[in-house]
Design a protein around this ligand. Sequence first.
Ligand code: ADP
Ligand code: MG
Length: 620
Amino acid sequence: MSDTASKETFSFQTEVGQLLDIVAGSLYSNREIFLRELVSNASDACDKLRYEALTDASLLEGGQEFAISIEIDAKAKTLTVSDNGIGMNHQDLLDTLGTIAKSGTSNFLNALDDENKGDLGLIGQFGVGFYSAFMVAENVSVTTRKAGEKEAWLWASDGKGQFTIEPTTRDGNGTSVTLSLKKDAKEFLEDARVKHIIRTYSDHISFPVLLGEDTLNSASAIWTRPAKDITSEQYTEFYRHSGHAYDEPWLTMHNRVEGLLSYTNLLFVPSMAPFDLYEPERKSHVKLYVNRVFITDDTQGLLPPYLRFLRGVVDSEDLSLNVSREMLQSDPKLSKLKTGLTKRVLGELKKKATKAPEDYAAFWTNFGAVLKEGLVEEIALREKILEICRFKSTHNDDLTSLAEYVERIKEGQDAIYYIVGEDASKIARSPHLEGFKAKGVEVLLLSDSVDEFWLQHITEFEGKSFKSITRGSDDLDKIDDADKDDKKDEPEAKELDKLIELIKAELGDAIKDVRPSKRLTDSPVCLIADDGDMDVTLERMLKRAGQLQHSTPRVLELNPTHQIILKLAERASIDDNAQDALLKDAAHLLLDQARISEGEAPSDALEFSRRLTAVMSIAL
Ligand code: ADP
Ligand code: MG
């Protein structure tokens, strides 16, 4: 672009427009957080340049010291936050200050559904990065020059749908963000107010934040300071800055490890599940520093994907500074680091799980499904992971560990029983559970999609095998039963056999077999997968994923003590029943009923309705 290039005008992306409408009209009382956001961006910009300069020293003009400075012009009613970081060129400005930034902002909009449109508390919860400046400013201008480039640019906007970019001049690389404060935001022109805000929210920033001659923050990397000198508020603010998070940390782990490979970790477990937890990339968000120099926040190989909920930093002086990010990722030291960190995190989680089970339950609800991926992927640590897994069960409403389950196991019970389904509340009401409940045999209720997968890999715990109650024979006879005597009516074996034969003949290929069941008490029928066949939920999941075309026929189990079955068996035993239309219809209806209780549709809705009508008319 030539020197005479003039001002260009652009429209904000629709989402940014929406966001700005909300932000600008905000009466949110915590507006001061705009300063935290601007200082945070300035700090990120310094980190980025320091990293780039590792491989291109010419980017640092005359060995500059990184700093963030705040200038107040009371007369002009402006507040400026400047940094000498990486800066932005024309394209960067278009990419970042006109569209929605990847983090923070899009969360915020997603959370703002119609119901809570006016709930500006959300601004505080999510932070909205750069755009939060419009809470206090009627105009924002950004003067910036990218390190290593000559042209400087002036970006300006009143936050009403459009922004402009024009060439300008700037001494040195970096960015200055100038806010023309709104009439009701003059408080941010007072030194004392600004100092207080910086100490509250930005003390942890590792570059000096200057107001005139004064340095307002501690200006040293927080993780290098002794834990006893750091307040929990400071930890929280650092967590929010480094993790682009806006909640409180649920767990803070700050350790220094000395040895062949020395490092410091300051890791956090969030108290709210981050929005991108289940994105297919399964990205880590922990920042890697080498000797206090920021390297990347997207290190593959620093932590396993099943710990991707962690936030914070890891800093090691023993990794090489002078290699590319890609080479660093294949450094064997990095995998040592990973092992050390993983064990520490699992150890800390175990402590929490034993000492504060209720608190741990909150963690488990957020991240249990993610952690369980480790059962499949991390063979060496399976035992350790299994130890800290918690499950819903039929025992009570609390979560249980496997060890606790095994302690409660009944005489004669040699399996850990479970049922898997997609909906926790539905499986808790499944007919398959009836017989187990009646006998007081505990069943784990598993409803995360990862459950089917780890159960393919882990077959036992403390010598007890895992067994699905929707597959195979029910074993319930073997288990000691306190109230054995209350025997219910059962049909004559001969009568039941006849009924079974008749149902089999009528249903044909639709089922694999028909058998009497012990697992039912209240429901007349249920469907199970045969021993050795695939569990029903897994089959359903694979079919949905397109990895499986056909369903395996299942076994229809009949409750021999149920009134319907008793009556049908009686009827079946009468000679010459083969042409009995009612029995034929009943066979199909029983299958459909079992399907419906699994959350499936009847095999043929019209036939179902015809049969139901026919059978009801006879009954009436
Ligand atoms: P986030 O910091 O979460 O990415 P922001 O809305 O705070 O979101 O900032 C958006 C983007 O604008 C940043 O990611 C960065 O690329 C760019 N940016 C903002 N401030 C600066 C700055 N002072 N120097 C360089 N780039 C900046
Ligand atoms: Mg930001």
